[in-house]
Design a protein around this ligand. Structure first.
Ligand SMILES: Cc1cc2nc3c(=O)[nH]c(=O)nc-3n(C[C@H](O)[C@H](O)[C@H](O)COP(=O)(O)OP(=O)(O)OC[C@H]3O[C@@H](n4cnc5c(N)ncnc54)[C@H](O)[C@@H]3O)c2cc1C
Length: 484
């Protein structure tokens, strides 16, 4: 992604070489995205009909979160992708959620208010009939290896040199700038600027430039994952949502691709060991007796103090990682490269605007972290020490404390979010969805006063159901891609 975006923007201003090691390989997980990925392919001019079939990609309407909350009526909720076409239902949802947060008994479950949830439930592709003028945002599920291949083809066509080799040494000048990398077959490759995309090992940025890493471990306990594919059902149906189900010491993802499901268990090694995690995942998937291999992964969760140091930018896992609960990692890659390019070009390919770029990237990381931490902080499970420890963990940011306090008091959440706009990554709708969807409401509720404008959620459900006629079956839409 970094090479493709840089080649696309810099064109004749730079010669780009990408070195990757077959011996070391890639992490090879990461199958979900945010809507930002649509903007990537739009920018690169690669249509869905070309890239999606090559990556066994499907459409993603949103994420369902079962079992994070034990509160009655709120055992599962859906975090939708939405657009301005949903404005009226968004307002109705805010209205009801606000009234309920002030202890009045009105319906405020997000699932009733978003077309996107009904698309997911009915397995419809988020591609409305053009004549309807309705728009909905969406993202993708895909094979990460396929994406790499598509972007490699794109980049090499734009002149990027691709070398398969293992870098053994990073060379520095007297001023600390990186001057070259030395690799097994090619020897020295000199350059003016280096991009460290070496994954969790951060070969240049941490190991050579000694940029400190700020761990999020005291806020996000999960540091391991175990992944395993399963076949699609034989009934010809193709789901279009990620399921992120809470488990004993973490959560399990289920991602539908065109040719299989990707699954995995993200957990904390402080509470569960590898074999217990694999056993629990297999039990959930029904693969206890199967020979399907499980892949065990370690995760370094946190971020660099800054990703641009001297003449080096770190991108991807080398720059940091927040666990994949909202599938944000590739979005951060895209953001980082775009922010870098904007500032690099503005500074005439110099470091002049480095600090501004670093600050912007850090805000994105910390903003996402706050939203991810919220899932754990709001959980109401008491079945394991893991969930209790997460709920009782006071290592949360002041911004997040203010959001939760405002909500709990039935205060002005929109006002609070507006005052934090500079540090927010997630929209107010996402905040309302998580707070309401987890059932974070007063337990004893009064009858609503007559003067309140309570929205009848049955009208919204009816509207969403009627809208389904505008959307094609997801399985057919995905299988027809590239045929017309
Ligand atoms: C469990 C899990 C689930 C995830 N789920 C999602 C998700 O749903 N959505 C999402 O957006 N992201 C997700 N991610 C993150 C995603 O996998 C990564 O952001 C993405 O794959 C990019 O990784 P990377 O290129 O930074 O690192 P890697 O894939 O590790 O690639 C590192 C590259 O550097 C090369 N390299 C390293 N050292 C050398 C050397 N010495 N010489 C030459 N080459 C070298 C390697 O060969 C490789 O090509 C997930 C991550 C994990 C751990």
């Amino acid at each position: 992604m970094a090479a493709a975006l840089m080649a696309n923007t810099l064109r004749e201003k730079a010669e780009i070489t990408l070195i990757e090691s077959k011996q070391i390989g890639i992490i090879g997980v990461g199958e979900g995205s945010t809507p930002k990925m649509r903007r990537l392919f739009d920018k690169l001019g690669i249509p869905e009909s070309i890239w999606m079939p090559k990556c066994n990609a499907t459409y993603k309407c949103g994420i369902r979160f079962p079992d994070w909350s034990t509160r009655k009526g709120f055992k599962s909720y859906y975090h939708p992708f939405f657009s301005s076409s949903d404005d009226s239902s968004v307002r109705a949802f805010y209205q009801n959620a606000t009234i309920r947060s002030k202890s009045f008994d009105v319906h405020a479950h997000p699932d009733s208010f978003f077309v996107s949830n009904f698309l997911a439930k009915n397995m419809r592709a988020p591609l409305p009939e053009q004549s309807s003028n309705y728009e909905t945002d969406y993202a993708y599920h895909f094979d990460a290896v396929g994406i790499g291949q598509v972007l490699k083809e794109y980049s090499t066509k734009l002149g990027v040199t691709h070398i398969e080799d293992t870098v053994q040494e990073v060379l520095q000048g007297e001023d600390g700038q990186i001057t070259a990398v030395r690799s097994e077959k090619v020897g020295e490759t000199k350059a003016d600027f280096f991009v460290d995309c070496t994954g969790f090992s951060s070969q240049i940025i941490c190991k050579k430039l000694n940029v400190p890493f700020i761990s999020y471990k005291n806020m996000l306990f999960n540091d391991r994952a175990v992944a395993m594919p399963t076949p699609l059902p034989e009934d010809g149906q193709l789901p279009c949502q990620t399921i992120s189900k809470a488990a004993s010491s973490g959560w399990i993802w289920n991602i539908p691709l065109k040719n299989r499901f990707g699954n995995g268990y993200v957990y904390s090694s402080d509470f569960l060991d590898e074999s217990q995690a694999e056993k629990e995942l297999r039990k959930y998937l029904g693969t206890e007796g199967s020979e399907t291999e499980a892949r065990h992964l370690k995760m370094r969760v946190g971020r660099l103090s800054h990703c641009w140091e001297k003449n080096c930018l770190a991108v991807g896992l080398s720059q940091g990682f927040i666990e994949p609960l909202e599938a944000t990692a590739l979005m951060v890659v895209q953001d980082t490269v775009e922010i870098f390019l904007e500032n690099f070009v503005r500074g005439d390919l110099s470091n002049t605007y480095k600090d501004q770029a670093n600050e912007k990237v850090n805000l994105i990381f910390d903003g996402i972290k706050n939203y991810i931490v919220t899932h754990y902080k709001l959980n109401s499970r008491s079945d394991t020490d893991y969930w209790i420890a997460n709920r009782e963990n006071e290592n949360i940011s002041d911004e997040l404390k203010a959001i939760i306090n405002t909500w709990d008091k039935g205060g002005d959440l929109l006002g609070e979010l507006k005052s934090q706009a500079a540090t927010q990554v997630y929209s107010p709708t996402s905040w309302y969805c998580i707070l309401a969807g987890m059932g974070r409401f007063p337990r004893s509720l009064k009858k609503p006063k007559k003067k309140f404008e309570v929205y009848n959620h049955k009208e919204s459900v009816h509207y969403c159901e009627q809208m389904m006629d505008l959307f094609p079956d997801h399985h057919s839409a995905v299988h027809n891609l590239g045929n017309s």
